[in-house]
Design a binder for this molecule. Structure first.
Ligand SMILES: [Zn+2]
Ligand SMILES: [Zn+2]
Length: 609
């Protein structure tokens, strides 16, 4: 206990670690804020901390209920519980597809009432979004976009294939450029690439089985890491030995076009191997801040083949030259309303249009691509046997960073590292991201579909942002016939298992509100007659976030103990441990916090956190 000191009478002597006077402001500030604790507990229980409130009206009774949908964020800093849930689903997805020995073929089914209701709901959201845009309620638009994404996942989980409509600008993560109709261009160039054998690609996606002398069969799979080329020697901390000679320009362009290079690799590999090779993996920054990619591959491929294909694979970028930066963000070209074109600020001459620039490339028999991306010589590949701890460890490794922003994977902690990041970023800021990038204006070229609103040199594209390190697109890459399921399907599996275990069809897990949307009872239950709309945060029945969180936590806690009891009963009874149960134990949202939950089940070969 410290005796209270009167103000002005504190001893001048050096106060050791100052314990704030009880009751003082400092003491109060040292106490944890209850709202923070609430969020912490929510995270422990896997309850979304920024739920989206939806109002559901029963059309028969007129009863209205506000239901929280999880936000579905994939990054920890937005919502840790949702990000973790997402990671576990990814792990399940990788695990299921990796060693499967039959071809994944999703069965088509007729549309159910539930599916129709979802599509209708999706339509309502579309309408509200349009209204919100007209009213310039951007916060609302953002929320609706989240809602749309969630509903589309639910739609997929309901077994409908394809997208209801194209994504709205700003919603789509891929920000895929639309090089679409490619111009016919000379293929005479780049004959220095080694020739690859070409075979007809079979529809098979499953690897070969090997039989040992004792009759045991093995179906090994692979693990592959692909890296980019060297831009100059680096130290163990990832920074260049000689920053002035490090090729930042090439590093930036390579990072931006890395996804294309990976696409080419899989194309080439399939052609070379003659079967439809499947993969699941992710793109992460290395310590030197260049992207690399890890993949689980189904089946085995000789290491030599992987190396040869990697060495032979390249991606040419046929864009206008960027040797001379004619303008800067401070002295940019200007938009001329009459000419409907970007013009030089002094001469008022229009800049070269995109079409003119590409025509010039086509007409020049000696034209070279402005950039060629290739892999580095480091290609790591090894075999992994199904069901081993090695396989599980690998899956965890693949998904380790997916809840983090690219920029947060390797934090710059020293001056050298900060400078390295700065230099790379400076280059990325002026690297064109797509054919519509506003940065083209710096090089005296009007991008494709140029318009008055472009900000020369200040393109908003993701790759130009400091924390993306030029890795602007999707970081999780999963081939189409990997598990035959989408992420939402895996989510659905987990729920189906939980329901089966509890032996109920009721809403015992009401905290997980998407259940309301994806209930698969179809026509065996009474038809769904609900209207959905987005609740506004200031609606009186929505209630403060803290109240909603507390409700969800309490529901989740009760649900969890109910599930535990059911699991214990199941452990004593049936010995049938289905594959879905295996997944759910590791990946289900009910396993979120650990808390001894996993271990209570006490079954299965692998125990992890
Ligand atoms: Zn969330
Ligand atoms: Zn751009």
């Amino acid at each position: 206990m410290t005796a209270p000191t009167l103000p002005g009478l504190e001893p001048a002597a050096p106060t050791p670690v100052a314990v704030p006077r009880p009751g003082s402001r400092a003491a109060r500030m040292a106490l944890p804020r209850s709202v923070d604790v609430l969020k912490e507990i929510a995270a422990e229980y896997g309850v979304c901390v920024r739920p989206l409130a939806m109002r559901r009206t029963d059309l028969d009774t007129g009863l209205t209920e506000v239901i929280d949908l999880p936000c579905g964020a994939t990054r920890e800093d937005k919502c840790a519980p949702c990000a973790k849930k997402n990671r576990r689903l990814r792990q399940a997805q990788i695990r299921e597809g990796w060693h499967r020995d039959d071809e994944p073929l999703p069965p088509p089914e007729p549309a159910t009432e539930e599916q129709k209701a979802l599509i209708l709901f999706r339509a309502h959201l579309e309408f509200s979004r349009d209204e919100a845009i007209r009213a310039a309620e951007w916060g609302q638009v953002e929320e609706l976009d989240e809602g749309i994404r969630e509903v589309e996942e639910a739609i997929t989980a309901e077994g409908l294939r394809g997208r209801v409509g194209p994504p709205h600008a700003g919603v789509d993560e891929d920000a895929d450029d639309d090089t679409g109709r490619r111009r016919k261009r000379s293929t005479k160039r780049r004959q220095d690439a080694p020739e690859l054998p070409r075979r007809k690609v079979e529809r098979r996606t499953v690897g070969r089985t090997y039989t040992a002398a004792d009759g045991t069969t093995y179906r090994p799979s692979m693990w592959l890491t692909l890296t980019l080329d060297s831009y100059g020697p680096v130290r163990p901390d990832g920074t260049p030995v000689n920053p002035d000679r490090y090729d930042y320009r090439r590093a930036a362009w390579d990072a931006v076009h890395f996804p294309r290079l990976l696409d080419r690799f899989w194309q080439n590999l399939r052609r070379c191997e003659g079967w439809n090779v499947q993969y699941a993996g992710c793109v992460e920054p290395q310590r030197r801040l260049a992207p690399h990619a890890h993949f689980a591959i189904r089946g085995t491929i000789p290491r030599d083949t992987l190396r040869t294909v990697a060495a032979a694979t390249y991606h040419q970028v046929w864009w206008p030259a960027v040797d001379v930066q004619q303008y800067t963000a401070d002295r940019p070209p200007v938009w001329d309303e009459d000419a409907a074109a970007w013009v030089d600020p002094d001469t008022h001459q229009p800049l070269t249009t995109w079409t003119e620039a590409l025509d010039a490339i086509d007409d020049n028999p000696h034209a070279e691509p402005v950039h060629v991306v290739r892999f580095g010589t480091q290609v790591d590949a090894r075999g992994v046997m199904p069901g081993t701890t090695d396989a599980e460890r690998t899956i965890r490794y693949v998904t380790k960073y997916i809840t983090k922003h690219t920029g947060d994977v390797h934090k710059a902690t020293t001056d050298r590292q900060r400078k390295h990041l700065d230099r790379l970023w400076r280059e990325l800021r002026v690297t064109p991201c797509t054919d519509r990038c506003a940065n083209w204006l710096l090089y005296g070229v009007q991008p494709k579909k140029a318009h008055a609103k472009l900000k020369p040199g200040r393109c908003k594209g993701k790759v130009h942002q400091r924390d993306t390190l030029g890795i602007g697109g999707r970081r999780i890459l999963i081939s189409r016939d990997w598990s035959g399921k989408t992420l939402s399907d895996h989510k659905h599996d987990v729920r189906a298992w939980v329901r089966a275990l509890l032996g109920t069809t009721t809403d015992s897990g009401a905290a997980d509100n998407t259940r309301q949307l994806v209930d698969d009872q179809g026509d065996t239950v009474e038809r769904v007659r609900h209207a959905w709309e987005l609740a506004r945060p200031d609606d009186p029945d929505v209630g403060p976030l803290s109240h909603r969180l507390m409700r969800s936590i309490s529901e989740r806690a009760r649900w969890r103990s109910e599930l535990l009891a059911a699991k214990d009963r199941a452990a004593q009874g049936s010995t049938d441990l289905s594959a879905t149960q295996h997944n759910a134990r590791h990946d289900g949202e009910e396993g979120d916090s650990g808390r001894g939950f996993d271990h209570r089940a006490g079954r299965g070969p692998d125990q992890h956190e």
